[in-house]
Design a protein around this ligand. Structure first.
Ligand SMILES: Nc1ncnc2c1ncn2[C@@H]1O[C@H](COP(=O)(O)OP(=O)(O)OP(=O)(O)O)[C@@H](O)[C@H]1O
Ligand SMILES: Nc1ncnc2c1ncn2[C@@H]1O[C@H](COP(=O)(O)OP(=O)(O)OP(=O)(O)O)[C@@H](O)[C@H]1O
Ligand SMILES: [Mg+2]
Ligand SMILES: [Mg+2]
Lengths: 223, 223
């Protein structure tokens, strides 16, 4: 479903080059649930942004559902992002001047979906924020903002969920609830890739990828 | 050193009132290392903002080093914040258009300290970012930004460190390094209050406060 071949991503900083990704070959089949683990700065978010069609690699290729992503127009990419992929950002990326409800509605309005308000409300209730729908991000706690970002990623029923450290600001009980939610989605056929520093989450993913210095250095699978 | 009496903090949302803090009585002696634990939305950041003189309570009183904080002018509060308190924000709050080095320099320049650049550089090296000093926040990973926020909070050698979930975006190795760093500071006499969801960090704090629904509901101490 997702396949990368020798992906690199570098940044030129004056005379220095930062190699955020340094030759990544990564295959994910439909219906898998994969954890991505690695030290701070090892390239996890950079990889996720490329998989989520939010960034293009400096070199190498990426096929999503059989299509070479470098051949898609910006409009086609935007449609793929809206219809197929739900992305939970490490820094949430919420719109500051709109409510939680309106933030979660955005992907639905963009996709021309009816009943956007009702669906957005349900998504917020599912992450425990039914009583916070009219709050704006600066009227929410850190973990509440993180949950709005999760609700927004899932509201369009995407077939692929890319979650970049979705529980870093959550207590263990809420983390367990979100994890159960992800496992349920996976059983319904959703493909999940989760960047995480939390051992509990990594342990529930049947496959775990380890990154260091922009490369995949190790991989383990259960069964 | 820090003492609160019946602190409340509420927000009026139309016809509803959100009770972020609902009667908090909290005492911290000089040199303590206290963990604050509780569910997402239970009031931890709100309490930290009041302890850090970044917010005023709706009612109740707060004494810092024997002075009633409600009697201080804005200028006096700003001086207290700059000289005595180092605050690590849950959402980092870095200046977007300046480098990591400049971000960490800010408290020193504000306090009129010489050698600000050299001290800022050392602080960044201590959190493992010596090779990222010229990067701006959007050129840093999530965990790197979090470490810049930590470095900035510590660069002025404050006697009180208030850290709001300082390791949520860090891998376990980096988390352990930051924790050792905090323990070392504590042994040098710094008073630390750390909001955390991580059991390892809570376990290293000799005292742990549990919050729920804007109240302190439990407390445990070792020895
Ligand atoms: N400006 C505001 N207006 C209205 N409600 C607010 C505002 N700021 C915070 N709240 C509410 O106050 C409660 C406490 O918020 P706080 O940020 O202290 O929680 P927290 O314990 O730090 O949570 P987390 O672990 O998720 O960071 C939350 O339920 C939040 O929705
Ligand atoms: N725009 C940029 N310019 C320069 N360097 C960058 C830029 N964006 C990221 N980097 C660097 O690329 C490396 C990888 O960043 P990335 O965000 O992928 O790390 P990460 O594995 O997600 O880390 P974390 O666990 O801390 O979130 C980092 O060392 C970072 O400093
Ligand atoms: Mg990251
Ligand atoms: Mg908080």
């Amino acid at each position: 479903l997702l396949r990368t071949e020798e992906i690199t991503r570098f940044y030129q900083m004056g005379s220095e080059t930062v190699h955020a990704l340094d030759g990544v070959n990564f295959d994910v089949r439909e219906g898998e649930m994969v954890a991505v683990i690695g030290a701070s700065g090892s390239g996890k978010s950079t990889l996720m942004n490329i998989l989520g069609c939010l960034d293009r690699p400096s070199s190498g290729r990426y096929w999503l559902a059989g299509r070479d992503v470098s051949k898609l127009t910006d409009n086609q990419l935007a449609t793929v992002r809206n219809r197929q992929i739900g992305f939970v950002f490490q820094t949430f990326n919420l719109l500051a001047r709109t409510t939680a409800l309106e933030n979660v509605e955005v992907p639905l309005l963009y996709g021309g979906v009816h009943r956007a308000k009702a669906l957005a409300r349900e998504a917020l209730e599912r992450v425990g924020l039914g009583d916070r729908i009219r709050h704006r991000p600066n009227e929410l706690s850190g973990g509440q903002r993180q949950r709005v970002a999760i609700a927004r990623a899932l509201v369009n029923n995407p077939s692929i969920v890319l979650a970049d450290e979705p529980t870093g600001n959550l207590d263990s009980k809420t983390t367990a609830e979100i994890l159960d939610f992800f496992v349920t989605l996976n059983r319904q056929g959703v493909t999940l890739i989760i960047v995480t520093h939390e051992p509990d989450i990594a342990a529930r993913c049947p496959r775990r990828i380890h990154m260091r210095d922009g490369k995949i250095i190790d991989e383990e699978s259960d069964g």
